[in-house]
Design a protein around this ligand. Sequence first.
Ligand code: CMC
Length: 429
Amino acid sequence: MSKQTLTITDNRTGQTIELPIEHDTVPAIGLRQLKVQADDFGMMLYDPGYTNTASCKSQVTFVDGDKGILRYRGYPIERLAKESTFLEVAYLLLFGELPTASKLTDWNARVMAQTRIDDGLKNLLQTFPADAHPMGVLISAVAAMSTFYPEAKQVHDSETRLRQVLRMLGQLPTAVAFAYRNGRGLPAIEPDAALGYSDNFLHMMGFAGDGDGGIDPVLARAMDVLFVLHADHEQNCSTSALRNIASSDADPYCAVAGAIGALYGPLHGGANEAVLRMLAEIGDVKKIPAYLDRVKGREVRLMGFGHRVYKNYDPRAQIVKKIAYEVFDVTGSNPLIDIAVELERTAIEDDYFVSRRLYPNVDFYSGIIYQAMGFPVEIFPVLFALGRTPGWLAQWMELMGDAEQRIARPRQIYLGEGERPYPPIGERG
Ligand code: CMC
């Protein structure tokens, strides 16, 4: 077998070092041996946006971006989306194995038993302006939970950790629905623990209507599958933010609140909202070529397209596109779907997108479904956050059990001023 090492020669000095290769990586700290002067700091890696830096070893989610593969704990996303419920997938992500039937029943009951929210949280949610963006509200709600459950600080106690996991999974949909209805002057609808996770969420949002037969099972299942598709995506921007925050032993509510903050941006989870606004702005299939010219002229980005990892069709987008038509059979079609389909067709044949390997991502079709179901556009990123919560929590649990992890603290290349004399205020230019 060949030697599992990487030999590097520093041409400034002729110094050669040999670094061990494990899992196709070398330890970055090994480069620090490379110095010109003995008192130099030593060589570092420069990697803005962490495009080629592994920050952890993980067993949760596998993505092969070139082949368009996504697996949670080894199970293909296509199979999980077809066969499993969202809470079943949450269990898988958190504990590493699919639950048996009895374990799943118990798990569902444990999560659903946590769906009531504190009066303190209700009071807080009533203080936001009616037009507050739901992501800002959700960030605040999750951060506030840190004050309601101070035991969460005991991040190295596994029983305490699990209690916070159950609270977050159970309470976040209730907080979202409560804030949504409160912002519209509608009375809150209490959670119904006898329902499934997504059924209960749509019920609390008030989507069952008055006195009818409850939530249409096709819509409840579509919601559940959309949550499954969003449940984890390895070391993306929000998950990395979460790991950074939690690496200081901050409690999980603060870490998840920070992750939601990262998700809020239009390049990440805010893209589903941005896609809908973009499709509405295009407004007509005839205007697609002109819009794509603006994209190619770098005036705007084609939202819902492109991905740091996928250089092929995002497997989640294929499933979302299929769900859209299932939902439309119940809700009636969303006219924006025609624009989206034509936009995709035109873009994936255009050299600008082909040469950069830009394809639709998970956010391209999801907003069209959410809108058809009755969600207002600004709540779309919140739906992403609800789906991603078990993934964040699974990554947090993994981090807490990883003896190799230390507080996250990157280095920088300092290019600012050297030491200079301090000018008194009256002498400054
Ligand atoms: N529209 C137009 N051009 C694009 C797009 C896009 N959506 N995405 C990438 N490019 C171009 C970019 O201009 C660059 O071109 P050039 O090499 O000529 O300068 C090239 O493709 C590489 O782009 P990049 O910005 O270096 O790629 P990245 O890996 O840093 O960014 C991304 C990934 C997702 C932020 C980006 O593709 C993007 O902004 N997409 C639109 C927003 C979006 O849909 N986000 C949701 C991502 S999936 C859900 C999630 O997990 O967050």
